[in-house]
Design a protein around this ligand. Structure first.
Ligand SMILES: O=C(O)C1=C[C@@H](OP(=O)(O)O)[C@@H](O)[C@H](O)C1
Ligand SMILES: C=C(OP(=O)(O)O)C(=O)O
Length: 412
């Protein structure tokens, strides 16, 4: 166990520029593409997220033939993207991660990889990491059906390696596609590297082809930006500049712009990025569908709860299989300010009738970076917020606390 961090704050007026690191999702796609590109794809502004550093190191070790075990720690995308990459490259290794990673399902992806020829073996539990990746791959099939409603990462994983396969690959997505913008992001990056694809109804087809000489420029991380929207929403006044974020982003979490317009945060894009400002608007929207942007759930639900806004949220089905069961984690921690998150028929509604702010609260983080980052802005309403396990934020946003200090909060 690492140490906790205590946040206290007397500054309710925020005026600051925050330089975010690159998107972890874009970076992790870029790294797999680069590894398959035979030196043709360059990357600019790679994320400093621990999940990206981990993936980068594993790919480098794999290229050097030095890979008895590939341990992704808590990085879901690294686990899912490497399962396909290592398999089709025939890199014999054990692919593993944290205890939590061993509870995050991967059976849908392994079944698809087995169908196309990858003879992956489960080392512990059927359907879950760790995986034994075989030393040989011979493509057996050029089409595979895959369920779309559990995690889009399985689909991204297969799309990333599709053009490398001798026969290419056609995916038939079964059921509803969750986290759809992440699949679009994958195709967007592949397209920037010259890969042609077709997407008709539920079928995505990518023929065998080579990557072009190209450069992938990673945009700053919109999920990380969401915490600055939260600070703005809870402050008395706020003007926060976030350089390099784009209005036309490949990241679905840019939906935070629209969502936070209902919580009194106005976004203005300019040539160098964006400025967000606190404005006084009535809390008007009561219903939010987060199916396309699940990583925003904690940010938005905590803000809504703290403002006593009894909104309803949907599209949260995938939250239970992320770094922790995020629904349970939210329910347990929101109870500390007297708020309930009530589940009914796949909708989650906030009951703020007991809302109160104690002098001090302790927030458990469940090894989930987003629990820490989403609850920290409560320090605008609570004198002292103690957050469990300071370094949990490293997964996606290692300099988060330095940035919180920058806006005038005291951290110890
Ligand atoms: O492809 C990606 O980069 C991601 C996809 C999403 O996962 P799901 O598709 O499992 O919802 C998201 O929650 C995760 O943080 C990153
Ligand atoms: C769910 C997340 O990441 P991953 O699935 O890659 O572990 C996240 O960053 O919120």
């Amino acid at each position: 166990m690492g140490k906790n961090i205590l946040i206290s704050n007397s500054n309710k007026n925020i005026n600051q520029t925050i330089e975010l690191t690159g998107s972890k999702s874009e970076s992790n796609r870029a790294l797999i593409i680069q590894a398959l590109s035979k030196g043709k794809v360059q990357i600019e502004n790679l994320s400093s997220a621990a999940d990206t550093v981990t993936l980068d190191n594993i790919l480098k070790n794999a290229a050097a033939g030095n890979i008895a075990e590939a341990n992704v720690g808590p990085a879901g995308t690294a686990m899912r993207f490497l399962a396909s990459y290592l398999t089709v490259k025939g890199i014999n290794t054990v692919l593993t991660g944290t205890e939590r990673m061993k509870q995050r399902p991967i059976g849908i992806l392994v079944d698809a990889l087995r169908h196309i020829g990858g003879e992956i073996v489960y080392i512990e539990n059927e359907g879950f990491p760790p995986l034994q990746i075989p030393s040989q791959f011979i493509q057996k099939s050029e089409a595979v059906k895959i369920k779309g409603d559990i995690s889009s990462q399985y689909i991204t994983s297969l799309l990333l390696i599709a053009s490398f396969l001798p026969k290419g690959l056609t995916l038939e997505i079964e059921g509803e596609l969750t986290s759809r913008p992440y699949v679009e992001m994958t195709l967007g990056f592949l397209e920037q590297c010259g890969i042609k694809y077709t997407w008709n109804d539920n079928k995505i087809a990518i023929p065998h082809q080579e990557f072009n000489e190209s450069k992938l420029i990673v945009e700053p991380d919109w999920s990380a930006a969401s915490y600055w929207y939260a600070f703005a929403a809870l402050a008395d006044s706020a003007t926060i500049t976030l350089p390099y974020l784009r209005q036309n982003s490949l990241q679905g979490d840019s939906a935070i712009v629209e969502i936070m317009s209902h919580f009194g945060v106005k976004t203005t894009f300019n040539e160098t990025g964006l400025i967000l400002e606190k404005v006084s608007t009535p809390l008007d929207s009561k219903f939010f569908d987060l199916k396309n942007c699940p990583d925003l759930a904690q940010t938005v639900i905590v803000v809504s709860a703290a403002l006593g806004h009894e909104a309803t949220f949907t599209g949260l089905e995938t939250l239970k299989i992320k770094e922790t069961d995020r629904i349970k984690a939210l329910q347990e921690q929101l109870a500390k300010i007297g708020v309930k998150l009530i589940e009914k028929d796949l909708n989650y509604t906030l009951d703020c009738s007991g809302l109160h702010f104690p002098e001090k609260i302790f927030i458990n983080t469940y090894e989930d970076h987003r629990m820490a980052m989403a609850f920290a802005p409560l320090a605008l309403f609570v004198k002292e917020v103690e957050i469990e396990e300071e370094r949990v934020v490293d997964k996606s946003y290692p300099h988060y606390w330095e940035d919180v200090r920058k806006i005038g909060f005291t951290l110890s």
